[in-house]
Design a protein around this ligand. Structure first.
Ligand code: GLA
Length: 392
């Protein structure tokens, strides 16, 4: 098992080395943003509901400096050589594709909001694994945004940044995601989970001090191949929006648990009923989790995490065999609770465990995988860290 967290030093050094190598100069500064895990509240964000993510000790670092003209040159350690684009490409959604689209999308969203974005050279290094459902894309967006805002002296308060980064993803890259990931990687605080009301965007930082409680969150990367994740995500979102329309509410957040049964009888489609049941019960599980954490009862949130998983598996139907195997093995080895985190169809599981049993739980998951013939999962223990910031 990997040790908790990774020092930001190494990844920042890689970004700086890339900057020097490709641009033959020193960066003006370095900006970091974390990946995120969602403790609970899945597929509730685009239903105007509640989420409770926290920032991971895995970071993306952007080393950057301004350059003349409206030109942006971006290198990433995932690529062979830099990608360059100008205002014309930045102003037309989708013109830049691949990993650089997240950077171009941020330039686009800033310009669309009327900001004078400085030309810049950027070098990106990251410890957030790509395609694991830990929001590597939001981390790139947030670190890029922080860099461009600082380099250009732009006036953009932190609480307005998530919406802008989300626009980059929704409207430039073309992924119909909610506001959770960008909010998490920008607004989280160390030692806390972020209780976000996705309708009002109001936040409360909820103490989630695992160390003090002798607990750990084990993150298990299922390494499951993504199976049609984009199409399935969009289909879930559509189904929820259609259900809200049929029920005559602005969003599913407006169906209370007390009204759920009555609401379900008004929907003909069995599949849609299950989708609605997931969202309505999941919102309530977030509220219940927050109440327990406010009372300092971290261990007691376990059953809520596990219930959330069952709801994602049976009602929202977004889990896969590797993910369910990891959850079952963790629970069988004494985890207080375990659930998939993120959009689904692969990605990661998180398990709440005694810190002293994290190794045993990780081993049990690896063994369960081997028995089923799945490719070995990754495991790491994490504690909540802070959102995007300038490093120096
Ligand atoms: C992805 C999206 C988020 C959210 C989650 C599911 O991570 O980017 O907006 O919808 O899936 O909770």
């Amino acid at each position: 098992m990997t040790e908790p967290g990774t020092a930001v030093g190494a990844v920042a050094e890689r970004a700086t080395a890339g900057f020097r190598q490709w641009y033959g100069a020193e960066p003006a500064g370095r900006w970091a943003a974390p990946g995120r895990a969602n403790l609970i509240g899945e597929h509730t964000d685009y239903n105007d509901g509640y989420v409770l993510p926290f920032a991971l000790p895995l970071r993306t670092v952007v080393a950057a400096a301004a350059q003349d003209g409206e030109r942006w040159t971006v290198w990433s350690e995932l690529a062979d050589s830099p990608v360059e684009f100008g205002a014309a490409e930045a102003d037309q959604a989708g013109r830049v594709s691949g990993w650089a689209a997240y950077v171009a999308g941020v330039v686009w969203a800033l310009r669309a909001a009327g900001h004078r974005v400085p030309g810049a050279r950027l070098a990106i290094a990251s410890d957030v694994p790509v395609g694991s459902g830990l929001s590597s894309s939001a981390a790139v967006e947030a670190a890029t945004l922080a860099a461009l805002v600082d380099l250009g002296g732009l006036d953009l308060a932190a609480d307005r940044r998530p919406r802008l980064a989300q626009r980059a993803e929704n409207d430039y890259v073309g992924a119909p995601t909610g506001i959770m990931d960008q909010s998490a990687v920008i607004r989280c605080r160390a030692g806390h989970a972020l209780f976000l009301d996705c309708r009002t965007e109001s936040v409360e930082h909820i103490p989630f001090d695992l160390d003090a409680a002798g607990l750990a969150v084990l993150v298990i990367d299922s390494r499951a191949p993504h199976r049609h994740a984009d199409g399935e995500y969009a289909a879930r979102r559509k189904s929820c929006e259609r259900a809200a329309e049929l029920l005559g509410v602005r969003a599913l957040r407006d169906v209370s648990p007390a009204d759920l049964d009555a609401a379900l009888t008004r929907l003909d489609d069995e599949e849609m009923r299950r989708r609605v049941r997931h969202v309505v019960t999941e919102d309530q599980r977030v509220l219940d989790t927050v109440a327990l954490l406010r009372a300092g009862r971290i261990r007691d949130i376990g059953p809520l995490l596990t219930a959330s998983h069952a709801s994602m598996r049976d009602d929202f139907e977004i889990t896969v065999p590797e993910i369910d195997t990891a959850v079952e093995a963790a629970l069988a080895t004494g985890a207080y609770g375990a659930r998939m985190t993120g959009g689904g169809f692969g990605g990661c599981v998180l398990a709440l465990v005694e810190a002293s049993s994290a190794d045993a739980v990780a081993r049990a998951v690896v063994e369960a995988y081997a028995e089923r013939g799945f490719a070995a999962p990754g495991t790491v223990t994490v504690a909540p860290t802070a959102g995007a910031a300038r490093l120096d």
